[in-house]
Design a protein around this ligand. Structure first.
Ligand SMILES: [Zn+2]
Length: 406
């Protein structure tokens, strides 16, 4: 079987603006049948498919507001959920201008004290853990409990102390729809199938692989057996889009939303690690100490929950372990709106090479959801406790006053 666009969101050609266009080959990929084996028991809380998430948003979000913020290259809606009130008014300068002036409030505007949190998942469509985490986070925000019925009082309290929450469970609906699985079967320590569904397979079925998948953007789908869930339907891995030239509609939608919301902190949830950990994004150097604060907060909590390689927070929560990532979507979001842009990598539900306390360790679906929710909880708590972007880079000498105060 092949993953086609759902009829309701049938592929439509992109118009104008130049840049990569819709791929000619979008369906009929010759995926090996044995790669398509689903997990024997898929828990009810594992909401991961494009259609499943749309249904969840429509049926379960009542306190939040669901809005379509854009359309993918393949014509699928990009939906976001909003809680709280947005920042009102505008600053007196551009983000770049505000940095040059020496006070980010000149960009953020009169509501600079508001704390705005942003979470997004499935920039890469084959990475389900972030989606499932986002859906369970939405369940906590709506009901106080995740889809297993587990209550998260600390997470609920942190969320309640924020002014605004913006969540995007599936950014790359094209890539997600292309991967025809809800929950893949566990393959022991073999990552072949996980990698195939992420970065794709060559015509002979061999893996394109990471980071080789980044050599060709856009990827020509006709030169693959399966293009993987990384790209959108124009073949572009939006984590590495042409940000300043001809960005894809997904990226444009994120940029427009980011400029309007001016989030303090953005969490970009991916899969591709042995244990959950945030990566150090290539962002403003002035924000690196705040990244390290978020990192310590998340990693300490994960260690205490038994979800790291050892039980030693001094070792696991040491941010000097994280080298600097290359320029990517998180860098662009930071440069566009000033957010502390954090990318988190999760283990996959389909294979495990992890060792904990020296022994092989299997992340169960329950562990994976717990880790996702701990990441959001700790990041939210960090934002609540430290006050947000304007407090992370204060300028005591600045004389900037809100426009309304004259
Ligand atoms: Zn990824």
């Amino acid at each position: 079987m092949a993953a086609g666009a759902p009829a309701a969101f049938a592929a439509m050609p992109q118009k104008g603006r130049g840049g990569p266009r819709l791929q000619k080959k979008l369906t009929g990929f010759a995926i090996r049948p044995d790669y398509l084996t689903e997990a024997e028991h898929i828990p009810g809380f594992w909401v991961s498919t494009f259609d499943g998430v749309q249904r969840f948003l429509t049926s379960n979000v009542r306190k939040g507001t669901v809005r379509t913020i854009g359309t993918t290259a393949g014509g699928r809606p990009i939906r976001a959920v909003f809680y709280g009130k947005p920042r009102s008014g505008a600053g007196t300068s551009t983000f770049s201008g505000a940095l040059g002036y020496g006070d980010v409030r000149a960009w953020v505007g009169p509501d600079y004290e508001k704390k705005v949190y942003w979470g997004m998942a499935a920039i890469h469509g084959g990475e389900f853990e972030g989606i499932v985490g986002m859906v369970n986070l939405l369940a906590v925000l709506e009901t106080g409990a995740d889809l297993r019925g587990k209550r998260w009082p600390e997470l609920s309290a942190a969320a309640a102390a924020l002014d605004r929450i913006v969540l995007l469970p599936i950014v790359n609906g094209d890539g997600r729809s292309r991967v025809p699985l809800r929950m893949g079967s566990h393959r022991g320590s073999d990552y072949t199938v996980a990698e195939y569904f992420n970065t794709g397979g060559r015509p002979d079925g061999s893996l394109i692989g990471w980071p080789q998948c980044k050599e060709y953007i856009p990827l020509d789908f006709s030169k693959t057996q399966f293009p993987g869930g990384y790209p959108n339907d124009a073949g572009v891995n939006i984590q590495h889009d042409d940000f300043f030239g001809n960005p894809q509609p997904e990226t444009r939608a994120l940029f427009t939303l980011a400029a309007s919301e001016r989030p303090d902190l953005t969490m970009n949830m991916h899969t591709g690690a042995t244990f959950v950990h945030p990566l150090r994004s290539f962002i403003e150097p002035a924000l690196q100490p705040s990244f390290e604060g978020v990192y310590r907060s998340i990693m300490t909590a994960l260690t205490k929950a038994g979800l790291q390689a050892t039980d030693d927070p001094a070792k696991e929560a040491n941010p000097s372990r994280e080298g600097l990532s290359s320029f990517n979507l998180d860098s662009a979001i930071n440069m566009h709106c000033g957010a502390l842009a954090v990318l988190v990598e999760s283990p996959s539900h389909t294979f495990s090479t992890a060792k904990r306390q020296g022994q092989p360790f299997l992340h169960t679906p329950e562990h994976l959801v717990d880790a996702q929710l701990i990441c959001h909880q700790q990041a939210m708590q960090f934002l609540v406790e430290t006050g947000g972007r304007w407090r992370w880079t204060p300028n005591p000498r600045s004389k900037w006053r809100t426009p309304s105060a004259g």
